[in-house]
Ligand binder design. Structure first.
Ligand SMILES: [Zn+2]
Ligand SMILES: [Zn+2]
Length: 172
């Protein structure tokens, strides 16, 4: 076996976010997020029910239906989607479990592009950069606009591939 290529910092922290996401008990969506200051890891989080409350694996997902733009991006075409609202999003848990002072000037690595609510909260959290992997087309335009307005770096890692067995198959 060849010696593994040393990972760059971006890949290293995104891999940790994917590892954190495997702690999620929601069968529909596994999201992980980490807070990084310079090269120092300051917190990890994943989407989950509040402590002491049954999670999706015990109580089932709490599903709401909504209409979202078709994945094809065809204008005016909407598709019905189901979403689980039982969990606190990974980004929100990350904010709940880290200190404001640590967040000032820091970076969040998150497996999925933040939804509008999380993006709004992150924009007010002191962080200056968000790195994500999987897209979230539903909120993409307004979230990108918000980040531009707040001058928060909002980017993906070119050619990134998550570690093996850290992704839920056919989550949507
Ligand atoms: Zn769920
Ligand atoms: Zn969110």
């Amino acid at each position: 076996m060849a010696l593994a290529v040393r990972k760059d910092w971006d890949t290293y922290f995104m891999d940790i976010a994917f590892m954190a996401s495997t702690r999620s008990r929601c069968p529909r969506r596994h999201v992980g997020a980490v807070l990084v200051q310079g090269k120092k890891l300051l917190g990890t989080a994943y989407n989950g029910a509040p402590m002491g409350v049954p999670d999706c694996s015990e109580a089932g997902c709490m599903i709401v239906e909504e209409f979202a733009p078709a994945p094809s991006g065809e204008p005016g075409v909407m598709v019905k989607k189901e979403r689980c609202i039982r969990t606190i999003h990974a980004e929100q848990n990350l904010l709940l479990f880290t200190d404001r002072i640590d967040r000032e000037g820091s970076t969040v690595y998150v497996t999925d592009q933040p939804c509008w609510t999380c993006a709004n909260m992150l924009a007010n959290s002191g962080i200056v950069e968000i790195v994500f992997h999987r897209g979230y087309p539903k909120d993409h335009d307004k979230v990108s606009a918000l980040m531009a307005e707040r001058r928060i770096v909002f980017r993906t890692i070119p050619d990134y591939a998550p570690p093996q067995d850290t992704e839920v198959k056919d989550a949507d």
